[in-house]
Design a protein around this ligand. Structure first.
Ligand code: ADP
Ligand code: MG
Length: 403
């Protein structure tokens, strides 16, 4: 893979960078700017090299047309503050405003194109449609740098097709992510423990099949745990449940047993009346969840159990909060898992946090990011990496391109 240094002298060159600025917003306020900060080293390097930096990114899920609430304006402002140079926001993605904004850039200046998903071609399944957007993006630049790790598993115009249209290089963030994930997946120091949780249950079940052949121990918390508890025959009340995945999960449990991989499930659960911060709640045994109540966190015994199962690890990958950490009453499990990673790390383990919400949880709950070996900016991408899949946005960088 070519790196930025392989692109040669960039002074005065227009460099298109795909970043991941898909940050959580409350109105127009960024509630966690981790992804913006993660993009800084690459952008700073290009600014200092005297490049004319053109950044493209998406935010949220617009339906292929401009929508004010998905404007990158808050990101442009925050990026400008953090970079210490003005960031010129174009009013469109590849239209007249984008062209004019890029044409007006001086060396070392930065333009941000408006949300690339305002253009339906970005995520089109039709190769020709994506290629036509990629050509318009390519016309705005002399080289391309892929630095949006959160999207490298997507075959999209600004991620994949563009790399076929311009001389391309991998950015520092993607490189760092890939190196960290390779360290955990290629030949992990053992015990290798994976902690899974969160709410995207069906998305994440796929990774388990592969992990059973690789990890020594799988800890299952969060919303995902209830499909496992149901597979063991327990009733789970009104907790998050993927009914149609129960049989698959039964298969995983059997496979794991055969492979000698330990699957650790919660032994107790914090149940609530409803999905609300102030809902009445109590701790019950995992096999005694009352009808009509929903599990929103692993219980205190489970937290201790998970901690013990993490502490002796040499490699830990954590993807998905153990509970609804956004609500104080249900944040105990996630806090315990994060603390166990920090303590395992202090004892010499290599720890990775993957997943947008997991990474946000670490920061929101007040942990020092330096206590973790690596905090990934890409949930889906890091999972697909763990699944052993080839990521299109990375694979394409090894192909011949317009250089
Ligand atoms: P990540 O972004 O880290 O990959 P997900 O997107 O899969 O994680 O899930 C994160 C969300 O899961 C959080 O917003 C959290 O509130 C939610 N969650 C965790 N545990 C539960 C649970 N028991 N029931 C419902 N939602 C849960
Ligand atoms: Mg998420």
């Amino acid at each position: 893979m070519k790196t930025i240094d392989d692109l040669g002298d960039l002074r005065g060159k227009r460099v298109l960078v795909r970043s991941d600025f898909n940050v959580p917003l409350d109105g127009t306020t960024i509630t966690d700017d981790g992804r913006v900060r993660a993009a800084l080293p690459t952008l700073t390097k290009l600014v200092e090299a005297g490049a004319r930096v053109v950044v493209t990114a998406h935010l949220g899920r617009p339906k292929g047309a401009p929508e004010d609430k998905y404007s990158l304006a808050p990101v442009a402002a925050r990026l400008g503050e953090l970079l210490g140079v003005p960031v010129h926001l174009a009013k469109d993605t590849v239209g007249e405003s984008a062209k004019a904004t890029v044409a007006a850039l001086a060396d070392g200046e930065v333009a941000l194109l408006e949300n690339i998903r305002f253009d339906p071609r970005e995520t089109s399944k039709d190769e020709a449609e994506r290629a036509s957007l990629a050509q318009e993006l390519a016309a705005l630049a002399d080289a391309y740098v892929s630095d949006g790790f959160g999207v490298v598993h997507r075959k999209q115009a600004s991620v994949y097709d563009i790399a076929l249209a311009l001389p391309s290089a991998v950015g520092g963030l993607v490189l760092k992510e890939v190196e960290a994930l390779r360290k955990a997946t290629d030949d992990p120091e053992r015990p290798y423990v994976v902690v899974l949780g969160g709410s995207k249950v069906s998305d994440k079940l796929g990774v388990i099949a592969n992990l059973i052949t690789k990890a020594d121990r799988l800890l299952i918390g969060g919303g995902m745990a209830f499909t496992f508890l149901a597979a063991k025959g327990y009733s789970v009340g009104s907790s998050l449940l993927e009914q149609d995945q129960i049989e698959t999960v039964k298969g995983y449990l059997a496979q794991a047993e055969q492979a000698g991989v330990e699957i650790v499930l919660p032994t107790d659960v914090v149940v609530a009346d409803s999905f609300a911060a102030d809902s009445p709640h109590e701790v019950v045994a995992a096999d005694a969840i009352p009808d009509g109540r929903m599990g929103l966190d692993i219980g205190p015994d489970s937290s201790t159990l998970f901690r013990d199962k993490i502490l002796d690890a040499k490699t830990v990958v954590w993807n998905g909060p153990a509970g609804v950490f956004e609500f104080e009453a249900f944040s105990g499990g996630t806090r315990a898992v994060a603390q166990a990673l920090v303590d395992a790390g202090a004892a010499g383990a290599f720890t990775i946090v993957g997943g947008g919400d997991s990474a946000a949880a670490v920061r929101v709950l007040g942990f020092d990011e330096a206590g973790f070996g690596h905090i990934s900016t890409g949930g889906g991408a890091s999972l697909e990496f763990l699944e052993g899949k080839s990521l299109p946005g990375i694979a394409v960088l090894d192909q011949e391109n317009g250089s």
